[in-house]
Design a protein around this ligand. Structure first.
Ligand code: G3P
Length: 215
């Protein structure tokens, strides 16, 4: 299972990269706004900076909601770096845009996916990644992990090559449950990745080993 970090914060990206477990980065307009990154030039510079830090894929989201706008934006984003993956929303023109980009050899990440039907459409259109939002489903009293299981099962049935990228991860238990469900990728906040380290028995055991060594 690949680990992506879901942030537009360069220092967090560097920290995850330094841990040696990072396979890629996802961003979205809300994460950009959270870091105060505004204006197309600044946004594009950030994508280039991220590509220079991380060796894996970097998802860059389009803002347009019409086909012509998504194509124009996506082609510009894809030209920034060969590892940029154009992130496209799961709407009618988004599906058309994914098909257009697929035919042109531009990889896409279909975002804002909340149902197995949407995931089937994304795969049929040729998306490289599909992003089901599990935390937001959980927030609405729907089991997000169940959706990951359904999509993994469906994609296996038909050998769809689209990778299941579990998004909207809230905590480390989500990461483990996604691994059990067979997600190809999890995109997580840094805190969820770092929380995987934690176990009180590790701390107690290490303290005892060090104390015994010093006796
Ligand atoms: O990047 C998409 C997704 O991971 C957003 O997560 O926490 O805003 O629901 P969240």
């Amino acid at each position: 299972m690949k680990f992506f970090i879901d942030t537009a914060n360069l220092s967090q990206i560097k920290e995850a990269q330094d841990l040696g477990v990072l396979d890629g980065v996802t961003t979205n307009p809300s994460l950009m706004a959270k870091e105060g990154i505004r204006g197309q030039a600044n946004i594009e510079k950030l994508y280039t900076d991220i590509c220079n830090i991380v060796e894996g894929d970097v998802s860059a989201e389009v803002i347009s909601t019409d086909l012509a706008g998504m194509i124009k934006e996506g082609e510009k984003l894809a030209a920034l770096h060969p590892r940029i993956v154009v992130k496209v929303p799961m709407i009618k023109d988004g599906v058309k845009a994914i098909r257009y980009f697929t035919n042109k050899g531009i990889r896409t990440n279909c975002t804002l996916v909340f149902s197995p039907g949407q995931a089937i459409l994304a795969a049929k259109a040729g998306a490289a990644y599909v992003s089901p939002f599990i935390g937001r489903l959980d927030d609405n009293s729907v089991d997000g992990i169940e959706l990951i299981k359904q999509i993994v099962h469906i994609y296996k049935n038909y050998n769809f090559r689209t990778q299941v990228l579990a998004a909207s991860i809230r905590h480390s238990v989500h990461i483990v449950r996604c691994a059990e469900a067979g997600a190809d990728v999890v995109t997580c906040p840094l805190s969820a990745i770092m929380d995987l380290l934690k176990h009180p028995l590790t701390d107690i055991g290490l303290a005892k080993f060090l104390a015994d060594h010093n006796k």
